[in-house]
Design a protein around this ligand. Structure first.
Ligand code: PLP
Length: 359
C-alpha cells in the first residue's frame, strides 16, 4: 500500500487515487501509441478523441445545454478575471458581488475597462456570509459572482436571479454540486481544485452571450479564438485535459454529480459537527446557511493555540489545515477527491485535541 497523506490542501488539492494510478499506468504508452500523452501531437487522432470525449463527458455530467460552448483555456482563473471583463465590458458598467479575495481580484481587473462596482458585499463581516440584496445601476453589462469562496469558506446555497448576464467563477466548486447551467451566461473554473492539475480552465458559455463579446482584442484574449478553433488554435494543455478527462470518468463512476454532492455534504458535516459540538472551542467562520462544503474555515477560541493545532495536525498526517495566508485561522478543504475516511480522521483528531486542551 502506498502511503497517502490526509490531504486537505486548498489548491492544488487531492486527486482521486484511481485517477493518479491510471495516469501512471499509461504514462509511457498511451493508447498503444508507444509514447506518452505529453509526447504526441495535439492534432493526432488519439488526442482528438480525448479532447472530444472530455467535452462530451462534461456536457453529460453537468447537463450543459446544446447552446453552450465548452472551452479549454490556459492562464488560470486569474486570467479569466481579465478575459471576462475584456470581452464583455460592453456597457458603461459591470457589477461585482464582493464575497472575498477572489471576487475582489476579478473586480480589480474589470476596473481597467470601465466602472466596475460592487452590487453587494460581505466585507462588513469579514465575508462570513453571502449577500442576498443587490443594488444594480443602469447600463450594467453583466454581474460577476463567485459561487464558492475558497478562502472564507462560504458558498451560495442557491443562486439569485439577475436581470443582467451572469458570469460565475466556479473554480473551487465546479462539479461538487448540481447547478443549472442555464442560469449562467458564462462559467469558468480553474481545474486545480476539483478536476485536475493547474494549467487548464474550463469555460462554459452561452453561444448567444459569446456573440456579444468585444472582438477588438489580442488573439489569445478573445473567446472567439477558442470557439472558432474548438480550443485548438494553439497547443492546449494536453496533460491537464487528459487528467480532467480521467477525473470526469471517476465522477461518472461515483454515480454522477448528485452522488458526489451528497457525499460532499456528508463529509463536510462530519467536520462542522465537531465545530458545532465543541462548546466554542472551535469557532466556524461562515454563517451556517452559507457554509461551504468545499472549504471548512474555523478558528480556535484560544488564538494562541491555533499555530500549535495546525502543527500538531500536520505531525499527525493532516496536510493543508492552516488557513489562507491572508486570513489565518484554520481551513480544511474537502474537495470531491477527499475521502470520507480523511474527514472522519480529522474530526477525531479535532475532538482529541480539544479533550487534551480544555481543562
Ligand atoms: C483558486 C481560485 C482562483 C485562482 O485561480 P488561479 O488558477 O490560481 O488563477 C480564482 N477563483 C477562485 C474561486 C479560486 O478558488
Amino acid at each position: 500500500m502506498i502511503k497517502r497523506a490526509y490531504n486537505f490542501n486548498a489548491g492544488p488539492s487531492a486527486m482521486p487515487l484511481e485517477v493518479l494510478q491510471e495516469a501512471q499506468a499509461e504514462f509511457l504508452n498511451y493508447a498503444n501509441t508507444g509514447m506518452s500523452i505529453i509526447e504526441m501531437s495535439h492534432r493526432s487522432p488519439e488526442y482528438d478523441t480525448l479532447h472530444k470525449e472530455t467535452k462530451d463527458l462534461l456536457r453529460e455530467l453537468m447537463e450543459i445545454p446544446e447552446d453552450y460552448e465548452i472551452l479549454f483555456i490556459q492562464g488560470g482563473g486569474s486570467t479569466q478575471f481579465l478575459m471576462t471583463a475584456a470581452n464583455f465590458f460592453n456597457k458603461e458598467r459591470a457589477a461585482y458581488i464582493n464575497t472575498g479575495v477572489w471576487s475582489k481580484k476579478a473586480m480589480a481587473e474589470a476596473k481597467r475597462y470601465g466602472e466596475a462596482y460592487e452590487a453587494a458585499s460581505s466585507a462588513d463581516r469579514n465575508h462570513c456570509y453571502i449577500p442576498q440584496e443587490f443594488t444594480f445601476k443602469p447600463e450594467t453589462a453583466y454581474v460577476h459572482i463567485t459561487s464558492n469562496n475558497t478562502i472564507y469558506g462560504t458558498e451560495y446555497p442557491d443562486f439569485p436571479k439577475f436581470d443582467v448576464p451572469v458570469i460565475c467563477d466556479m473554480s473551487s466548486d465546479i462539479l461538487s454540486r448540481k447547478v443549472n447551467v442555464a442560469d449562467f451566461d458564462l462559467i469558468y473554473a480553474g481545474a486545480q481544485k476539483n478536476l485536475g492539475p493547474a494549467g487548464v480552465v474550463i469555460v462554459i458559455a452561452k453561444k448567444a452571450f459569446l456573440a456579444t463579446a468585444n472582438e477588438d482584442l489580442p488573439t489569445m484574449l478573445k473567446y472567439s479564438t477558442f470557439t472558432e478553433n474548438d480550443s485548438l488554435y494553439n497547443t492546449p494543455p494536453v496533460f491537464c485535459i487528459y487528467m480532467v478527462n480521467k477525473t470526469l470518468h471517476w465522477i461518472k463512476r461515483q454515480g454522477g454529480v448528485e452522488v458526489v454532492a451528497k457525499n460532499n455534504a456528508e463529509k463536510a458535516q462530519v467536520i462542522y459537527d465537531v465545530i458545532d459540538n465543541s462548546n466554542g472551542f472551535f469557532i466556524g467562520h461562515a454563517d451556517k446557511e452559507y457554509r461551504s462544503k468545499m472549504n471548512i474555515t474555523f478558528n480556535l477560541a484560544d488564538k494562541d493555540l491555533e499555530k500549535d493545532f495546525v502543527a500538531k495536525a500536520k505531525a499527525a498526517g493532516f496536510i493543508g489545515v492552516g488557513g489562507h495566508r491572508l486570513v489565518g485561522g484554520c481551513r480544511a478543504s474537502t474537495y470531491n477527491a477527499v475521502p470520507m475516511e480523511a474527514c472522519q480522521a480529522l474530526a477525531e483528531f479535532m475532538k482529541a485535541y480539544q479533550a487534551e486542551h480544555s481543562k
